[in-house]
Design a protein around this ligand. Structure first.
Ligand SMILES: Cc1cc2nc3c(=O)[nH]c(=O)nc-3n(C[C@H](O)[C@H](O)[C@H](O)COP(=O)(O)OP(=O)(O)OC[C@H]3O[C@@H](n4cnc5c(N)ncnc54)[C@H](O)[C@@H]3O)c2cc1C
Length: 536
Protein backbone atom coordinates (compact mmCIF):
# COMPACT_ATOMS: atom_id res chain seq x y z
CA UNK A 1 0.00 0.00 0.00
CA UNK A 2 1.24 3.45 -0.93
CA UNK A 3 -0.57 5.96 1.30
CA UNK A 4 0.77 8.91 -0.69
CA UNK A 5 -0.83 7.94 -3.98
CA UNK A 6 -2.63 10.87 -5.55
CA UNK A 7 -5.36 10.42 -8.15
CA UNK A 8 -5.86 13.18 -10.72
CA UNK A 9 -9.24 12.78 -12.34
CA UNK A 10 -9.19 14.30 -15.81
CA UNK A 11 -12.65 15.29 -16.99
CA UNK A 12 -13.16 18.19 -19.36
CA UNK A 13 -9.61 19.47 -18.81
CA UNK A 14 -7.52 17.39 -21.20
CA UNK A 15 -4.23 19.26 -20.95
CA UNK A 16 -1.09 19.49 -18.83
CA UNK A 17 -0.65 23.27 -18.94
CA UNK A 18 -2.58 25.43 -16.48
CA UNK A 19 -3.81 22.33 -14.71
CA UNK A 20 -3.81 23.06 -10.97
CA UNK A 21 -4.99 19.57 -9.89
CA UNK A 22 -2.12 17.91 -11.76
CA UNK A 23 0.45 20.37 -10.47
CA UNK A 24 -0.69 20.01 -6.86
CA UNK A 25 -1.00 16.25 -6.99
CA UNK A 26 2.47 15.91 -8.51
CA UNK A 27 3.88 17.97 -5.65
CA UNK A 28 2.26 15.64 -3.11
CA UNK A 29 3.32 12.17 -4.18
CA UNK A 30 3.12 9.51 -6.88
CA UNK A 31 0.22 10.11 -9.23
CA UNK A 32 -2.38 8.06 -11.07
CA UNK A 33 -3.67 10.17 -13.99
CA UNK A 34 -7.17 8.87 -14.54
CA UNK A 35 -9.71 9.36 -17.31
CA UNK A 36 -13.09 7.61 -17.09
CA UNK A 37 -15.29 6.71 -20.06
CA UNK A 38 -18.71 6.89 -18.44
CA UNK A 39 -21.49 4.80 -20.03
CA UNK A 40 -24.18 7.12 -18.60
CA UNK A 41 -22.68 10.00 -20.58
CA UNK A 42 -21.88 7.97 -23.68
CA UNK A 43 -25.49 6.77 -23.83
CA UNK A 44 -27.02 10.20 -23.25
CA UNK A 45 -29.03 11.91 -25.98
CA UNK A 46 -26.51 14.75 -26.18
CA UNK A 47 -23.54 12.50 -26.92
CA UNK A 48 -22.20 11.80 -30.38
CA UNK A 49 -19.42 9.62 -31.76
CA UNK A 50 -17.65 12.84 -32.81
CA UNK A 51 -17.32 13.84 -29.15
CA UNK A 52 -15.62 10.54 -28.40
CA UNK A 53 -13.40 10.96 -31.45
CA UNK A 54 -12.29 14.41 -30.30
CA UNK A 55 -11.66 13.10 -26.78
CA UNK A 56 -9.64 10.14 -28.08
CA UNK A 57 -7.41 12.52 -30.07
CA UNK A 58 -7.03 14.74 -27.02
CA UNK A 59 -6.24 11.77 -24.75
CA UNK A 60 -3.62 10.51 -27.18
CA UNK A 61 -1.75 13.77 -26.91
CA UNK A 62 -2.35 14.04 -23.17
CA UNK A 63 -0.94 10.55 -22.71
CA UNK A 64 2.22 11.50 -24.64
CA UNK A 65 2.66 14.72 -22.68
CA UNK A 66 2.19 12.96 -19.36
CA UNK A 67 4.67 10.28 -20.39
CA UNK A 68 7.26 12.92 -21.25
CA UNK A 69 6.90 14.21 -17.67
CA UNK A 70 7.25 10.75 -16.17
CA UNK A 71 3.51 10.16 -15.71
CA UNK A 72 1.12 7.63 -17.18
CA UNK A 73 -2.47 7.98 -18.33
CA UNK A 74 -4.80 5.32 -16.98
CA UNK A 75 -8.23 5.05 -18.53
CA UNK A 76 -11.17 3.00 -17.33
CA UNK A 77 -14.57 2.25 -18.78
CA UNK A 78 -17.32 2.35 -16.13
CA UNK A 79 -19.27 4.69 -13.91
CA UNK A 80 -16.88 6.87 -11.95
CA UNK A 81 -17.82 5.69 -8.47
CA UNK A 82 -17.35 2.05 -9.52
CA UNK A 83 -14.03 2.89 -11.16
CA UNK A 84 -12.81 4.72 -8.06
CA UNK A 85 -13.91 1.86 -5.83
CA UNK A 86 -11.96 -0.69 -7.91
CA UNK A 87 -8.95 1.58 -8.14
CA UNK A 88 -9.01 2.05 -4.37
CA UNK A 89 -8.80 -1.71 -3.94
CA UNK A 90 -5.97 -2.06 -6.45
CA UNK A 91 -3.93 0.93 -5.35
CA UNK A 92 -5.25 2.59 -2.19
CA UNK A 93 -5.29 6.39 -2.28
CA UNK A 94 -6.50 9.15 0.01
CA UNK A 95 -6.39 12.15 -2.29
CA UNK A 96 -8.48 12.84 -5.36
CA UNK A 97 -7.80 15.96 -7.41
CA UNK A 98 -9.91 17.48 -10.17
CA UNK A 99 -11.36 20.64 -11.63
CA UNK A 100 -14.88 21.77 -10.79
CA UNK A 101 -17.29 20.97 -13.58
CA UNK A 102 -20.51 22.72 -14.52
CA UNK A 103 -21.86 20.10 -16.86
CA UNK A 104 -25.30 18.65 -17.38
CA UNK A 105 -27.60 16.87 -14.97
CA UNK A 106 -25.74 13.57 -15.45
CA UNK A 107 -22.36 14.98 -14.44
CA UNK A 108 -23.97 16.97 -11.61
CA UNK A 109 -25.47 13.82 -10.10
CA UNK A 110 -22.27 11.87 -10.72
CA UNK A 111 -20.23 14.52 -8.89
CA UNK A 112 -22.58 14.24 -5.91
CA UNK A 113 -22.15 10.46 -5.92
CA UNK A 114 -18.37 10.89 -6.06
CA UNK A 115 -18.51 13.32 -3.13
CA UNK A 116 -20.54 10.76 -1.12
CA UNK A 117 -18.11 8.00 -2.04
CA UNK A 118 -15.12 10.12 -0.99
CA UNK A 119 -16.75 10.87 2.36
CA UNK A 120 -17.52 7.20 2.94
CA UNK A 121 -13.97 6.10 2.04
CA UNK A 122 -12.16 8.94 3.81
CA UNK A 123 -10.72 10.24 0.52
CA UNK A 124 -10.06 13.96 0.35
CA UNK A 125 -11.39 15.36 -2.93
CA UNK A 126 -9.87 18.72 -3.81
CA UNK A 127 -11.51 20.60 -6.68
CA UNK A 128 -10.04 23.65 -8.40
CA UNK A 129 -11.91 26.28 -10.30
CA UNK A 130 -11.67 25.67 -14.04
CA UNK A 131 -12.47 29.19 -15.31
CA UNK A 132 -14.45 32.24 -14.21
CA UNK A 133 -17.52 30.31 -13.04
CA UNK A 134 -18.12 30.65 -9.30
CA UNK A 135 -19.62 27.91 -7.10
CA UNK A 136 -22.31 28.86 -4.58
CA UNK A 137 -22.55 32.40 -5.90
CA UNK A 138 -24.98 34.54 -3.90
CA UNK A 139 -25.24 37.53 -6.19
CA UNK A 140 -24.15 38.51 -9.66
CA UNK A 141 -22.98 41.86 -8.29
CA UNK A 142 -19.22 42.06 -8.74
CA UNK A 143 -19.10 38.90 -10.88
CA UNK A 144 -17.25 40.62 -13.69
CA UNK A 145 -14.54 41.88 -11.33
CA UNK A 146 -14.17 38.39 -9.92
CA UNK A 147 -13.76 37.09 -13.46
CA UNK A 148 -11.00 39.64 -14.08
CA UNK A 149 -9.24 38.58 -10.88
CA UNK A 150 -9.49 34.88 -11.75
CA UNK A 151 -8.07 35.53 -15.21
CA UNK A 152 -5.24 37.71 -13.95
CA UNK A 153 -3.59 34.80 -12.10
CA UNK A 154 -0.56 33.50 -13.96
CA UNK A 155 -0.95 30.52 -16.28
CA UNK A 156 0.43 27.47 -14.46
CA UNK A 157 3.25 25.52 -16.10
CA UNK A 158 3.04 21.71 -16.35
CA UNK A 159 4.70 19.90 -13.43
CA UNK A 160 8.45 19.51 -13.92
CA UNK A 161 8.18 15.84 -13.11
CA UNK A 162 5.38 13.42 -12.32
CA UNK A 163 6.21 10.41 -10.17
CA UNK A 164 4.06 7.55 -11.34
CA UNK A 165 2.22 5.48 -8.76
CA UNK A 166 2.67 1.70 -8.86
CA UNK A 167 1.23 0.56 -12.19
CA UNK A 168 -2.45 -0.32 -12.48
CA UNK A 169 -4.24 -1.65 -15.54
CA UNK A 170 -5.53 0.77 -18.15
CA UNK A 171 -8.26 0.27 -20.76
CA UNK A 172 -6.20 2.31 -23.22
CA UNK A 173 -7.40 5.01 -25.55
CA UNK A 174 -10.87 4.11 -26.75
CA UNK A 175 -12.32 5.78 -29.81
CA UNK A 176 -16.01 5.87 -30.72
CA UNK A 177 -15.91 2.46 -32.42
CA UNK A 178 -14.43 0.70 -29.39
CA UNK A 179 -17.01 2.46 -27.24
CA UNK A 180 -19.81 1.01 -29.36
CA UNK A 181 -20.85 4.32 -30.92
CA UNK A 182 -19.74 3.57 -34.46
CA UNK A 183 -17.40 5.88 -36.38
CA UNK A 184 -17.90 9.62 -36.26
CA UNK A 185 -19.96 10.81 -39.24
CA UNK A 186 -18.31 14.23 -39.15
CA UNK A 187 -16.15 14.34 -42.22
CA UNK A 188 -14.64 17.76 -41.54
CA UNK A 189 -14.44 18.00 -37.76
CA UNK A 190 -11.63 19.79 -35.95
CA UNK A 191 -9.03 17.52 -34.38
CA UNK A 192 -8.71 17.29 -30.62
CA UNK A 193 -5.61 17.92 -28.53
CA UNK A 194 -3.76 20.55 -26.55
CA UNK A 195 -1.34 21.17 -29.43
CA UNK A 196 -4.15 21.55 -31.99
CA UNK A 197 -5.92 23.92 -29.62
CA UNK A 198 -2.83 26.09 -29.12
CA UNK A 199 -2.14 26.13 -32.85
CA UNK A 200 -5.74 27.13 -33.66
CA UNK A 201 -5.59 29.95 -31.11
CA UNK A 202 -2.18 31.13 -32.27
CA UNK A 203 -3.20 31.26 -35.95
CA UNK A 204 -6.31 33.17 -34.95
CA UNK A 205 -4.51 35.77 -32.84
CA UNK A 206 -1.65 36.23 -35.31
CA UNK A 207 -3.44 36.01 -38.65
CA UNK A 208 -7.16 35.24 -38.82
CA UNK A 209 -8.53 37.67 -36.23
CA UNK A 210 -8.03 40.75 -38.39
CA UNK A 211 -11.44 40.28 -39.99
CA UNK A 212 -13.15 38.78 -36.94
CA UNK A 213 -15.71 41.52 -36.46
CA UNK A 214 -16.56 41.89 -40.09
CA UNK A 215 -16.53 38.20 -40.92
CA UNK A 216 -18.09 36.53 -37.88
CA UNK A 217 -21.75 36.71 -38.92
CA UNK A 218 -21.42 35.08 -42.30
CA UNK A 219 -21.02 31.31 -42.51
CA UNK A 220 -18.88 31.89 -45.61
CA UNK A 221 -16.22 33.91 -43.80
CA UNK A 222 -16.93 32.65 -40.25
CA UNK A 223 -14.82 29.51 -40.53
CA UNK A 224 -11.68 31.62 -41.07
CA UNK A 225 -12.63 34.78 -39.22
CA UNK A 226 -13.88 33.19 -35.99
CA UNK A 227 -11.39 31.59 -33.64
CA UNK A 228 -13.00 28.12 -33.59
CA UNK A 229 -11.42 27.52 -30.20
CA UNK A 230 -14.79 26.49 -28.71
CA UNK A 231 -14.24 22.69 -28.79
CA UNK A 232 -10.84 23.17 -27.17
CA UNK A 233 -12.44 25.16 -24.35
CA UNK A 234 -15.28 22.66 -23.97
CA UNK A 235 -12.96 19.67 -23.54
CA UNK A 236 -10.36 21.69 -21.71
CA UNK A 237 -7.50 21.31 -24.20
CA UNK A 238 -7.11 25.05 -23.61
CA UNK A 239 -7.83 26.79 -20.32
CA UNK A 240 -9.81 30.00 -20.40
CA UNK A 241 -7.00 31.72 -18.52
CA UNK A 242 -4.37 30.71 -21.06
CA UNK A 243 -6.56 32.07 -23.88
CA UNK A 244 -7.08 35.30 -21.96
CA UNK A 245 -3.32 35.68 -21.37
CA UNK A 246 -2.48 34.94 -25.01
CA UNK A 247 -4.96 37.61 -26.05
CA UNK A 248 -3.48 40.18 -23.65
CA UNK A 249 0.01 39.43 -24.95
CA UNK A 250 -1.09 39.86 -28.54
CA UNK A 251 -2.80 43.15 -27.74
CA UNK A 252 0.33 44.36 -25.91
CA UNK A 253 2.51 43.47 -28.91
CA UNK A 254 0.22 45.33 -31.30
CA UNK A 255 0.12 48.35 -28.99
CA UNK A 256 3.94 48.34 -28.76
CA UNK A 257 4.22 48.17 -32.55
CA UNK A 258 1.84 51.09 -32.88
CA UNK A 259 3.79 53.12 -30.29
CA UNK A 260 6.97 52.40 -32.22
CA UNK A 261 5.37 54.04 -35.27
CA UNK A 262 4.75 50.83 -37.18
CA UNK A 263 1.55 50.70 -39.23
CA UNK A 264 -1.03 48.62 -37.32
CA UNK A 265 -4.48 48.14 -38.79
CA UNK A 266 -7.17 49.43 -36.38
CA UNK A 267 -9.27 46.37 -37.07
CA UNK A 268 -6.87 44.28 -34.98
CA UNK A 269 -7.85 46.15 -31.84
CA UNK A 270 -11.59 46.17 -32.54
CA UNK A 271 -11.61 42.50 -33.39
CA UNK A 272 -9.47 41.33 -30.51
CA UNK A 273 -11.41 43.35 -27.94
CA UNK A 274 -14.63 41.94 -29.30
CA UNK A 275 -13.18 38.43 -29.03
CA UNK A 276 -12.12 39.24 -25.44
CA UNK A 277 -15.70 40.11 -24.43
CA UNK A 278 -16.89 36.79 -25.74
CA UNK A 279 -14.45 34.94 -23.51
CA UNK A 280 -16.25 36.55 -20.59
CA UNK A 281 -19.63 35.60 -22.09
CA UNK A 282 -18.51 31.99 -22.10
CA UNK A 283 -18.36 31.97 -18.30
CA UNK A 284 -21.32 34.34 -17.92
CA UNK A 285 -23.57 31.78 -19.64
CA UNK A 286 -22.18 28.77 -17.80
CA UNK A 287 -22.71 30.65 -14.52
CA UNK A 288 -26.45 30.64 -15.27
CA UNK A 289 -26.55 26.86 -15.28
CA UNK A 290 -24.31 26.69 -12.23
CA UNK A 291 -26.73 28.96 -10.36
CA UNK A 292 -29.94 27.40 -11.62
CA UNK A 293 -29.40 23.84 -12.94
CA UNK A 294 -33.10 23.36 -13.75
CA UNK A 295 -32.74 25.57 -16.87
CA UNK A 296 -31.33 22.56 -18.67
CA UNK A 297 -34.90 21.25 -18.76
CA UNK A 298 -37.25 24.06 -17.81
CA UNK A 299 -38.05 27.50 -19.14
CA UNK A 300 -36.25 30.35 -17.37
CA UNK A 301 -39.67 31.97 -17.05
CA UNK A 302 -42.31 29.38 -16.24
CA UNK A 303 -45.22 31.31 -17.73
CA UNK A 304 -43.92 30.09 -21.12
CA UNK A 305 -44.66 26.50 -20.06
CA UNK A 306 -47.22 24.98 -22.41
CA UNK A 307 -46.39 27.33 -25.28
CA UNK A 308 -45.01 24.67 -27.63
CA UNK A 309 -45.21 21.29 -25.90
CA UNK A 310 -48.39 19.85 -27.40
CA UNK A 311 -47.51 20.86 -30.96
CA UNK A 312 -44.03 19.35 -30.58
CA UNK A 313 -45.58 16.02 -29.63
CA UNK A 314 -48.19 16.07 -32.42
CA UNK A 315 -47.74 14.21 -35.72
CA UNK A 316 -47.33 17.51 -37.53
CA UNK A 317 -44.74 18.62 -34.97
CA UNK A 318 -42.80 15.40 -35.43
CA UNK A 319 -42.79 15.91 -39.20
CA UNK A 320 -41.48 19.45 -38.82
CA UNK A 321 -38.82 18.27 -36.40
CA UNK A 322 -37.72 15.58 -38.85
CA UNK A 323 -37.53 18.11 -41.72
CA UNK A 324 -35.42 20.43 -39.57
CA UNK A 325 -33.07 17.66 -38.35
CA UNK A 326 -32.45 16.32 -41.84
CA UNK A 327 -31.92 19.74 -43.43
CA UNK A 328 -35.04 19.53 -45.61
CA UNK A 329 -37.21 22.45 -44.53
CA UNK A 330 -37.29 24.10 -47.95
CA UNK A 331 -35.39 27.07 -46.49
CA UNK A 332 -31.91 26.80 -48.05
CA UNK A 333 -30.08 28.83 -45.41
CA UNK A 334 -31.58 26.73 -42.60
CA UNK A 335 -30.87 23.48 -44.42
CA UNK A 336 -27.31 24.45 -45.33
CA UNK A 337 -26.60 25.43 -41.72
CA UNK A 338 -27.96 22.17 -40.37
CA UNK A 339 -25.98 20.07 -42.84
CA UNK A 340 -22.81 22.08 -42.19
CA UNK A 341 -23.18 21.55 -38.42
CA UNK A 342 -23.60 17.82 -38.97
CA UNK A 343 -20.52 17.52 -41.17
CA UNK A 344 -18.15 19.80 -39.28
CA UNK A 345 -19.48 20.00 -35.71
CA UNK A 346 -19.15 23.77 -35.83
CA UNK A 347 -21.26 26.74 -36.95
CA UNK A 348 -20.86 30.45 -36.41
CA UNK A 349 -23.07 32.15 -33.84
CA UNK A 350 -25.51 33.78 -36.26
CA UNK A 351 -26.35 30.53 -38.03
CA UNK A 352 -26.76 28.69 -34.71
CA UNK A 353 -29.14 31.41 -33.59
CA UNK A 354 -31.07 31.25 -36.86
CA UNK A 355 -31.39 27.44 -36.70
CA UNK A 356 -32.73 27.60 -33.17
CA UNK A 357 -35.00 30.57 -33.78
CA UNK A 358 -36.43 28.92 -36.90
CA UNK A 359 -37.23 25.71 -35.02
CA UNK A 360 -38.88 27.52 -32.13
CA UNK A 361 -40.67 30.37 -33.89
CA UNK A 362 -41.36 29.25 -37.46
CA UNK A 363 -41.93 25.58 -36.68
CA UNK A 364 -43.34 26.10 -33.18
CA UNK A 365 -41.15 23.37 -31.63
CA UNK A 366 -40.16 23.31 -27.96
CA UNK A 367 -36.47 24.20 -27.49
CA UNK A 368 -35.59 21.11 -25.49
CA UNK A 369 -35.58 18.39 -28.22
CA UNK A 370 -34.11 20.75 -30.82
CA UNK A 371 -31.39 21.90 -28.41
CA UNK A 372 -30.55 18.29 -27.55
CA UNK A 373 -30.29 17.47 -31.26
CA UNK A 374 -27.89 20.37 -31.81
CA UNK A 375 -25.93 19.45 -28.68
CA UNK A 376 -25.21 16.10 -30.28
CA UNK A 377 -23.92 17.77 -33.40
CA UNK A 378 -21.90 20.60 -31.91
CA UNK A 379 -18.40 19.43 -31.12
CA UNK A 380 -18.21 22.24 -28.57
CA UNK A 381 -21.41 21.28 -26.71
CA UNK A 382 -21.24 23.17 -23.43
CA UNK A 383 -24.46 22.71 -21.47
CA UNK A 384 -24.40 26.11 -19.72
CA UNK A 385 -23.98 28.08 -22.93
CA UNK A 386 -26.05 25.80 -25.08
CA UNK A 387 -29.27 25.60 -23.09
CA UNK A 388 -29.16 29.29 -22.13
CA UNK A 389 -28.67 30.26 -25.78
CA UNK A 390 -31.37 27.84 -26.91
CA UNK A 391 -33.80 29.52 -24.52
CA UNK A 392 -32.64 33.00 -25.49
CA UNK A 393 -33.28 32.31 -29.15
CA UNK A 394 -36.65 30.76 -28.30
CA UNK A 395 -37.83 33.74 -26.25
CA UNK A 396 -38.28 31.92 -22.93
CA UNK A 397 -35.75 33.83 -20.81
CA UNK A 398 -38.10 36.81 -20.57
CA UNK A 399 -35.16 39.23 -20.46
CA UNK A 400 -33.70 39.18 -23.95
CA UNK A 401 -34.74 40.84 -27.14
CA UNK A 402 -36.35 38.14 -29.25
CA UNK A 403 -35.12 37.91 -32.81
CA UNK A 404 -37.11 36.00 -35.35
CA UNK A 405 -34.78 35.65 -38.30
CA UNK A 406 -35.95 35.61 -41.87
CA UNK A 407 -33.91 32.76 -43.40
CA UNK A 408 -34.25 34.29 -46.88
CA UNK A 409 -32.89 37.63 -45.67
CA UNK A 410 -30.03 35.87 -43.89
CA UNK A 411 -29.21 34.10 -47.16
CA UNK A 412 -29.09 37.38 -49.06
CA UNK A 413 -27.14 39.24 -46.34
CA UNK A 414 -24.73 36.53 -45.22
CA UNK A 415 -24.32 34.39 -48.33
CA UNK A 416 -24.78 36.90 -51.17
CA UNK A 417 -23.05 34.72 -53.77
CA UNK A 418 -24.72 31.51 -52.65
CA UNK A 419 -21.39 29.83 -51.87
CA UNK A 420 -22.49 28.37 -48.53
CA UNK A 421 -25.87 27.16 -49.75
CA UNK A 422 -24.50 25.55 -52.90
CA UNK A 423 -21.79 23.79 -50.92
CA UNK A 424 -24.05 22.21 -48.33
CA UNK A 425 -27.24 21.77 -50.34
CA UNK A 426 -25.86 20.33 -53.59
CA UNK A 427 -29.33 19.79 -55.04
CA UNK A 428 -29.49 23.59 -55.34
CA UNK A 429 -26.05 23.87 -56.98
CA UNK A 430 -27.39 25.02 -60.35
CA UNK A 431 -30.30 27.11 -59.10
CA UNK A 432 -29.86 30.73 -60.33
CA UNK A 433 -28.70 33.14 -57.63
CA UNK A 434 -31.92 35.16 -57.93
CA UNK A 435 -33.89 32.14 -56.66
CA UNK A 436 -31.37 30.61 -54.29
CA UNK A 437 -32.73 32.15 -51.10
CA UNK A 438 -36.27 31.10 -52.06
CA UNK A 439 -36.22 28.24 -54.58
CA UNK A 440 -40.03 28.05 -54.48
CA UNK A 441 -40.07 31.20 -56.61
CA UNK A 442 -38.65 29.26 -59.58
CA UNK A 443 -40.97 28.71 -62.53
CA UNK A 444 -41.38 25.15 -63.79
CA UNK A 445 -39.00 25.79 -66.67
CA UNK A 446 -36.31 27.27 -64.39
CA UNK A 447 -36.67 24.23 -62.15
CA UNK A 448 -36.14 21.92 -65.14
CA UNK A 449 -33.16 23.92 -66.41
CA UNK A 450 -31.46 23.98 -63.02
CA UNK A 451 -32.00 20.29 -62.40
CA UNK A 452 -33.90 21.03 -59.21
CA UNK A 453 -37.58 20.19 -59.43
CA UNK A 454 -39.47 21.18 -56.30
CA UNK A 455 -40.97 18.33 -54.28
CA UNK A 456 -38.78 15.92 -56.23
CA UNK A 457 -35.25 17.22 -55.64
CA UNK A 458 -35.84 19.80 -52.94
CA UNK A 459 -38.87 20.43 -50.70
CA UNK A 460 -41.11 23.47 -50.79
CA UNK A 461 -41.00 25.54 -47.56
CA UNK A 462 -42.52 23.56 -44.69
CA UNK A 463 -44.20 26.73 -43.42
CA UNK A 464 -44.93 30.13 -44.90
CA UNK A 465 -42.50 32.68 -43.44
CA UNK A 466 -44.88 35.64 -43.13
CA UNK A 467 -47.66 33.60 -41.47
CA UNK A 468 -45.29 31.76 -39.13
CA UNK A 469 -43.58 35.03 -38.16
CA UNK A 470 -46.88 36.75 -37.34
CA UNK A 471 -48.24 33.82 -35.35
CA UNK A 472 -45.02 33.38 -33.37
CA UNK A 473 -44.98 37.07 -32.50
CA UNK A 474 -48.56 37.04 -31.32
CA UNK A 475 -48.10 33.91 -29.24
CA UNK A 476 -45.02 35.27 -27.51
CA UNK A 477 -46.45 38.72 -27.01
CA UNK A 478 -49.55 37.36 -25.32
CA UNK A 479 -47.39 35.64 -22.70
CA UNK A 480 -44.87 38.44 -22.34
CA UNK A 481 -47.58 40.92 -21.51
CA UNK A 482 -48.79 38.92 -18.49
CA UNK A 483 -47.88 40.50 -15.17
CA UNK A 484 -46.67 37.11 -13.92
CA UNK A 485 -44.20 37.00 -16.83
CA UNK A 486 -42.94 40.46 -16.02
CA UNK A 487 -42.27 39.74 -12.40
CA UNK A 488 -40.62 36.39 -13.22
CA UNK A 489 -38.49 38.15 -15.82
CA UNK A 490 -37.29 40.60 -13.19
CA UNK A 491 -36.25 37.70 -11.00
CA UNK A 492 -34.30 36.23 -13.94
CA UNK A 493 -32.66 39.57 -14.61
CA UNK A 494 -31.51 40.00 -11.02
CA UNK A 495 -30.36 36.41 -10.74
CA UNK A 496 -28.62 36.02 -14.07
CA UNK A 497 -28.45 39.34 -15.86
CA UNK A 498 -25.19 40.99 -16.78
CA UNK A 499 -24.67 44.02 -14.57
CA UNK A 500 -23.38 45.80 -17.63
CA UNK A 501 -26.52 45.23 -19.67
CA UNK A 502 -28.94 48.03 -20.48
CA UNK A 503 -31.78 46.19 -18.75
CA UNK A 504 -29.94 45.94 -15.49
CA UNK A 505 -28.63 49.51 -15.62
CA UNK A 506 -32.18 50.68 -16.08
CA UNK A 507 -33.45 48.61 -13.17
CA UNK A 508 -30.68 49.89 -10.92
CA UNK A 509 -31.19 53.52 -11.98
CA UNK A 510 -34.86 53.25 -11.24
CA UNK A 511 -34.23 51.74 -7.84
CA UNK A 512 -31.73 54.48 -7.07
CA UNK A 513 -34.25 57.10 -8.07
CA UNK A 514 -36.66 55.62 -5.57
CA UNK A 515 -33.97 55.56 -2.89
CA UNK A 516 -33.85 51.75 -2.92
CA UNK A 517 -30.13 51.44 -3.38
CA UNK A 518 -29.29 49.33 -0.33
CA UNK A 519 -28.78 45.78 -1.56
CA UNK A 520 -31.01 44.25 1.09
CA UNK A 521 -33.82 46.63 0.32
CA UNK A 522 -33.94 46.01 -3.40
CA UNK A 523 -37.17 44.39 -4.38
CA UNK A 524 -36.79 43.89 -8.09
CA UNK A 525 -40.40 42.83 -8.44
CA UNK A 526 -41.47 46.33 -7.38
CA UNK A 527 -39.88 47.89 -10.41
CA UNK A 528 -40.98 48.07 -14.01
CA UNK A 529 -38.24 47.28 -16.50
CA UNK A 530 -39.05 48.65 -19.88
CA UNK A 531 -36.23 46.77 -21.59
CA UNK A 532 -38.00 43.56 -20.78
CA UNK A 533 -40.60 44.39 -23.35
CA UNK A 534 -40.05 42.63 -26.57
CA UNK A 535 -38.83 44.86 -29.39
CA UNK A 536 -39.53 42.51 -32.27
C1 LIG B 1 -28.36 27.98 -30.12
C2 LIG B 1 -26.92 28.22 -29.75
C3 LIG B 1 -26.20 27.20 -29.15
C4 LIG B 1 -24.87 27.41 -28.78
N1 LIG B 1 -24.20 26.38 -28.20
C5 LIG B 1 -22.91 26.53 -27.82
C6 LIG B 1 -22.20 25.47 -27.19
O1 LIG B 1 -22.73 24.38 -26.96
N2 LIG B 1 -20.89 25.69 -26.85
C7 LIG B 1 -20.28 26.89 -27.07
O2 LIG B 1 -19.10 27.02 -26.75
N3 LIG B 1 -20.95 27.91 -27.64
C8 LIG B 1 -22.23 27.78 -28.02
N4 LIG B 1 -22.90 28.84 -28.61
C9 LIG B 1 -22.27 30.16 -28.64
C10 LIG B 1 -21.45 30.50 -29.90
O3 LIG B 1 -22.21 30.31 -31.05
C11 LIG B 1 -20.16 29.69 -29.97
O4 LIG B 1 -19.43 29.86 -28.77
C12 LIG B 1 -19.23 30.16 -31.09
O5 LIG B 1 -19.91 30.12 -32.31
C13 LIG B 1 -18.02 29.24 -31.13
O6 LIG B 1 -17.17 29.58 -32.17
P1 LIG B 1 -15.78 30.30 -31.91
O7 LIG B 1 -14.98 29.53 -30.93
O8 LIG B 1 -15.16 30.55 -33.23
O9 LIG B 1 -16.24 31.65 -31.24
P2 LIG B 1 -15.53 33.07 -31.19
O10 LIG B 1 -16.46 34.04 -31.76
O11 LIG B 1 -14.16 33.02 -31.72
O12 LIG B 1 -15.52 33.37 -29.61
C14 LIG B 1 -14.49 32.87 -28.75
C15 LIG B 1 -15.11 32.11 -27.60
O13 LIG B 1 -16.01 32.96 -26.88
C16 LIG B 1 -17.12 32.21 -26.42
N5 LIG B 1 -18.35 32.71 -27.06
C17 LIG B 1 -18.48 33.26 -28.28
N6 LIG B 1 -19.76 33.61 -28.50
C18 LIG B 1 -20.43 33.26 -27.41
C19 LIG B 1 -21.79 33.38 -27.02
N7 LIG B 1 -22.71 33.94 -27.82
N8 LIG B 1 -22.16 32.92 -25.82
C20 LIG B 1 -21.26 32.37 -24.98
N9 LIG B 1 -19.95 32.23 -25.29
C21 LIG B 1 -19.55 32.68 -26.48
C22 LIG B 1 -16.88 30.76 -26.83
O14 LIG B 1 -16.23 30.11 -25.79
C23 LIG B 1 -15.97 30.93 -28.03
O15 LIG B 1 -15.17 29.80 -28.27
C24 LIG B 1 -24.24 28.66 -29.00
C25 LIG B 1 -24.97 29.68 -29.62
C26 LIG B 1 -26.30 29.46 -29.98
C27 LIG B 1 -27.06 30.56 -30.64
Amino acid sequence: MDPCTQVVWFKRDLRVRDHAPLLEAAANGPVICLYVYEPSLLRSAEWDASHSQFIAESLQELSERLASLGGRLVTRLGETVDVLERLQQESPFQSLWSHEETGNDITFRRDRAVADWCRARGVIWTQFRQDGVVRRLHTRDGWSERWDRAMSHPVLPPPLRIASASPVASDGILGPVQLGLGPSAKTEAQRGGEGEGSWTLERFLEVRALDYRRGMSSPVTGWDSCSRISPYLTWGCLSMRSVHHALRERLATLAAERSAGLPVDRRWFDSLRSFGSRLRWHCHFIQKLEDEPRIEFENFVRTFDGLRESFTESDEGRRQFEAWCTGRTGYPMVDASMRCAQATGWLNFRMRAMLMSFASHHLGLHWRPTAVFLARHFLDFEAGIHFSQAQMQSGTTGINTVRIYSPAKQAIDQDPDGVFIRRWVPELARVPLAHLARPETMSTSVQEQSGCVLDRDYPRPVVDHATAYRQARERLQSIRSLSATRSEARRVLVRHGSRKGAGFRFLRAELEERGLTGRDRIDPAASAVRQLEMPM
